[in-house]
Design a protein around this ligand. Structure first.
Ligand code: SAH
Ligand code: SF4
Length: 409
């Protein structure tokens, strides 16, 4: 069952975005952009640092969406900011809430002059008892063509800007009420019992983050900033298909956790599933992993392995996987394949996954199978964006008569 949410909210969001076409938004800006913004409206240089700190707290700790709410900022400065800038969020095209509490947003990015239409991305929130994970996108589409991934069938439209990456976090916090003094949504769905409702951020949405390194790095600096969003780098995970030259650099410059989309234990199969393997084969990839800065038993690399029926799911594969990772501090995540229309693969049978998982378990890796979440709203890996295009047409039909409805997916 899926809850389809308020069309009223969507039209408000559209209006805001039109406003953003006239004035740039400072929501999701980094310290440098805030500094430039303040200087541009005549704030004296010696005051700028202090003013940036004030704005930072209001934007990233309190989550305000208007300058007027910044009560310790002088009225004159608030007015000057209001005249030139907004704190508008990304536009929500649709929001879906799964029966298991998973939430998926389809978001529209500001249209650029040369773009025929405004690009859209997706972002997914997965609540559990003791954590809330936000899965964010780094690109619109992807240049890579992994054969089991739906995003891989969509050409790259563009890289996301740093503030469009951070913007997904602000938007999610708004929608789950994860700001001080804000009440969470009253739809009764699961939220974690943690103080903050987004405890973890994973770069596992659309796109290859290591092909947009600079923007992703700037965005993660804002995300990890201890005076702002404060998501510790130990709770941020970047997932990559294996862009070898960027892996160690990323570790050095960002210090986040790393996940590798491995999916095969031999080059001939990985060349097919993850074609970037032809450029950066397994031996090079694993060497880069071994050199990932700060690696220890407390800071392990996660290896993702999608379970494809009759392709990579034999006992021999399981044993080879364990051998391959033997000398790397690793976690193994077995992901049931999420089929999509036209995909040439099927998910392995549950029994096969269990047998595979047993081998991995016996080698000392705990709970390796990732439970599929948000299946009713197509919120799982590899199903993002393109599926929702179809769903939107269906949503519109279902929501045409009232603003909030319940419907079977
Ligand atoms: N481009 C990056 C991050 C985005 S993909 C990467 O490839 O790592 C996030 C994860 O979802 C990757 O592990 C990817 O292999 C996995 N994935 C993609 N399509 C999938 C599908 N249909 N079923 C299950 N997992 C999928
Ligand atoms: Fe791109 Fe990752 Fe999908 Fe491969 S799995 S096509 S790298 S998004």
């Amino acid at each position: 069952m899926v809850v389809l949410l308020d069309t009223t909210h969507q039209s408000e969001a559209s209006a805001l975005t039109e406003a953003a076409d006239r004035k740039p938004s400072l929501a999701s800006a980094g310290r440098r952009r805030l500094t430039e913004a303040l200087l541009s409206i005549g704030v004296p240089e010696k005051q700028v640092r202090m003013r940036v700190s004030q704005l930072w707290r209001w934007i990233y700790v309190m989550g305000v969406t208007s300058f007027d709410a910044m009560t310790d900022v002088s009225k004159d400065l608030r007015r000057a900011l209001e005249a030139q800038f907004t704190l508008d969020r990304l536009e929500i095209v649709s929001e879906q809430v799964s029966i298991d509490g998973t939430r998926k947003w389809l978001l529209r990015l500001p249209k650029r002059v040369h773009e025929a239409k405004a690009p859209e991305i997706e972002c997914v929130y997965i609540p559990e008892e003791d954590r809330g994970t936000l899965c964010i996108s780094s690109q619109v589409g992807c240049t890579l063509t992994c054969t089991f991934c739906h995003t891989g069938t969509q050409r790259l439209v563009r890289n996301l800007e740093a503030d469009e990456i951070v913007g997904q976090i602000l938007l999610a916090r708004d929608r789950i009420g994860d700001w001080p003094g804000v009440t969470p949504p009253a739809d009764g769905r699961l939220l974690p019992n943690t103080e903050r409702k987004i405890t973890n951020v994973v770069l596992m949405g659309m796109g290859e983050p290591l092909y947009n390194v600079d923007n992703v790095r700037d965005a993660m600096e804002v995300t990890a900033d201890g005076e702002g969003l404060s998501v510790s780098k130990r709770r941020i995970t970047l997932s990559t298909s294996g862009i070898v030259p960027e892996i160690v650099r990323w570790g050095r410059e960002s210090g986040t956790m790393l996940a590798i989309s491995l999916h095969a234990v031999h080059d001939d199969l990985r060349d097919v599933l993850v074609p970037i393997n032809k450029k950066y084969p397994l031996a090079d990839l694993l060497e880069a992993c071994r050199n990932y800065p700060g690696l220890s038993n407390a800071k392990r690399i996660t290896f993702e392995y999608v379970m494809l029926k009759g392709v990579n799911d034999s006992l021999a594969d399981a044993r080879a996987l364990v051998r391959l990772l033997a000398n790397i501090p690793a976690k193994i995540n077995l992901i049931p394949f999420n089929p999509w229309p036209g995909s040439e693969y099927e998910c392995s049978d549950w029994e096969t996954i269990e047998t595979f998982a047993d081998v991995v378990n016996r080698a000392g890796y705990a709970s390796p199978v990732r439970t599929p979440r948000g299946r009713d709203i197509l919120a799982a890996c590899g199903q993002l964006r393109s599926e929702s295009v179809k769903l939107r047409a269906q949503d519109r039909r279902q929501t045409s008569s009232s603003s909030t409805q319940m419907g079977e997916a």
